[in-house]
Design a protein around this ligand. Structure first.
Ligand code: FAD
Length: 537
């Protein structure tokens, strides 16, 4: 569907069963769940899909090792269930999107013998809780093996390590894949369309007044039920319904920095369970780079939070404690900040202690808000939201929820050796084939075909991202702006801002051809993307 068709379908008089506001993990998951049950579904996102928190995570598909510790120490059932649900959902996600997610071995370095039984017992319990969805057993590794697996690790005082497994994924591509899968199930999804106000008839919400941020046009989307999945912004949507409503969320910011691949081995991550101030720190291989995070600071709610100097300094200081390599700010290739939507508990002073569980709330006029949770549990959150919506809005779905065994786009007919097939059939370089295989799964041959037809050049010599992807994501993944392509569809800017800046002109030229942009529009895209690179992704 072209953007024009999408917008005209949003405008139609016949109401949708559900209108979802927010195109992050929660909203995209909810739209997919609803559409796959046969409900007439629309989704609007004011920026790009996953342009909020959902492209700025640590990229782990996990139960949360730290939450397990809290569950046991405080005998807290909510935390315990959170870990158990997370581990189940980890297995579902790895199965339904094998091209976007993988199993990742992680080493926890231990510098005191006393820590060894404690950490090992905790990680063993983590394995046990995963049950049949387990992805590999934890074990103690010798100092020698820990250093072999993670050679940059500080060797002085190292006693041993514990090796365990978690999942890792491409969060931004996961969100757009949920959108394309929802589209195949009949949902109408639009990015760069903002909800301005809620429309009510006889005190009940019947839709939203929205604005297309690209053309500036305003119109109404009618729906039997509206789902507020606006992440850190859920309270601003709730205020459209009831101006004086008490907030339910607090935000905390978490930044990541990205370094060159020489700072991490290609297949093993590092998990520091407790930094000096009690936080967990990850140093992970991701897309041929080293991804390091994160921080946890109370924050203002804005669209593009900027990583603060103190947060960057905090990460650099902590890495140098665990690394035998010297790292300075000059080594940073990209950095970004995300806002955790945390359920508000006025009694908790420390944002790290607020539960990451989700809540669903329905207002007197029928606004259904879903908030909290984490990426890993998006599917369960979506299922709960749609179950509630069916009852609240008296909807008649054609089917029960089946998203736990619904392969996402790219996972149908997926084969592990798809990269080898791309090399054989399209004569692609090994790194390009691997990148296409892990970004598009069984859709990758479509991209490779575009490469064969003349769009085969790399966008930057140091990266496997190619021109064909730009045309593909414009045609099939609703990429509307240069930043949609460079930040989220290809993740190039999340990995290497300088390379993304250099690639921008070529991306804009291909988009201009695909979308018939004139020169003023091209200039607007140049300016917008340059601003994103300079301020915050
Ligand atoms: C630093 C950090 C690291 C994390 N790491 C992990 C991890 O490793 N694993 C994990 O499982 N989870 C992780 N999380 C949590 C996870 O990323 C979030 O729980 C999840 O992305 C939240 O998704 P969401 O859809 O609720 O919010 P968002 O992704 O923020 O989506 C909400 C969307 O609503 C849109 N919106 C707002 N107002 C409007 C409006 N008026 N009209 C239309 N659209 C609107 C916004 O633009 C936004 O895109 C992490 C979070 C952070 C911050």
């Amino acid at each position: 569907m072209t953007r024009k068709q999408v917008l005209s379908r949003l405008r139609q008089d016949d109401p949708y069963d559900l209108l979802v506001i927010g195109g992050g993990a929660t909203g995209c998951g909810t739209a997919l769940d609803a559409a796959s049950r046969g409900l007439k579904t629309a989704l609007i996102e004011k920026n790009d899909f996953s342009e909020g928190t959902s492209s700025r995570s640590t990229k782990l598909v996990h139960g949360g090792v730290r939450y397990l510790e809290m569950a046991i120490k405080r005998l807290d059932r909510t935390q315990y269930n959170l870990v158990k649900d997370g581990l189940y959902e980890r297995g579902v996600l790895l199965k339904n999107a094998p091209h976007l997610a993988n199993r990742l071995p992680l080493v926890t370095p231990l510098y005191s013998w006393l820590e060894v039984p404690y950490i090992f017992a905790g990680l063993k319990l983590y394995d046990i809780l995963a049950g049949k969805m387990g992805i590999g057993g934890s074990r103690i590794v010798s100092r020698k093996e820990a250093l072999k697996r993670f050679p940059m690790l500080k060797s002085e005082g190292l006693k041993a390590g514990v090796l365990y497994y978690d999942g890792q994924f491409n969060d931004a591509r996961m969100a757009v894949t949920l959108v394309t899968t929802a589209g195949r199930q009949g949902a109408v999804t639009a990015n760069h369309v903002e909800a301005l106000s809620l429309v009510k008839e006889d005190g009940q919400i019947t839709g939203a007044q929205v604005r297309d941020k690209i053309s500036g046009e305003e119109f109404m989307v009618r729906a039997r039920g509206v789902v507020n999945a606006a992440g850190p912004f859920v309270d601003s949507i709730r205020r459209m319904d009831e101006p004086d409503v008490e907030p339910i969320l607090k935000a905390s910011s978490g930044i990541h920095i990205v370094l060159d691949k020489r700072f991490v081995p290609p297949e093993t991550g590092l998990m520091i369970p407790k930094t000096e101030d009690g936080r967990v720190l990850f140093i992970l291989p991701w897309q041929g780079h080293a991804l390091i995070g994160t921080t946890d600071e109370p924050a203002e709610i804005t669209d593009h939070p900027r990583p603060k100097e103190e947060e960057v300094a905090y990460l650099l200081r902590h890495i140098s404690k665990y690394f035998d390599l010297e790292i300075t700010e000059k080594d940073i290739k990209s950095t970004w900040s995300g806002l955790r939507p945390l359920l508000h508990d006025p009694k908790a002073a420390d944002t790290a202690r607020l539960a990451r569980d989700h809540i669903i709330q329905v207002s007197g006029s029928g606004l259904l808000t879903i908030a909290g949770g984490k990426w890993t549990t998006y599917r369960k959150m979506a299922q709960d939201a749609v179950d509630h919506a069916v009852k609240t809005f008296n909807l008649s779905p054609a089917a029960e929820c089946f998203t736990d065994h619904l392969p996402l786009v790219g996972a149908e007919d997926y084969r592990e050796d798809g990269d080898q097939v791309l090399i054989r059939d399209f004569n692609l370089a090994e790194d390009v084939a691997s990148h296409l295989h892990h970004s598009y799964g069984s859709e990758a041959p479509k991209v490779a075909e575009l490469a064969r037809q003349g769009l085969g050049e790399r966008l930057h010599p140091d990266h496997p991202v190619i021109e064909a992807e730009v045309a593909h994501v414009v045609r099939f993944e609703q990429a509307e702006r240069a930043a949609d392509v460079l930040v989220r569809r290809t993740t190039l800017a999340l990995l290497d801002k300088e390379a993304a800046g250099m690639a921008a002109e070529r991306v804009i030229a291909i988009m201009a051809k695909e979308l018939s942009w004139d020169e003023p529009r091209c200039q607007a895209e140049r300016d917008l993307f340059a601003e994103r690179l300079q301020t915050a992704l």
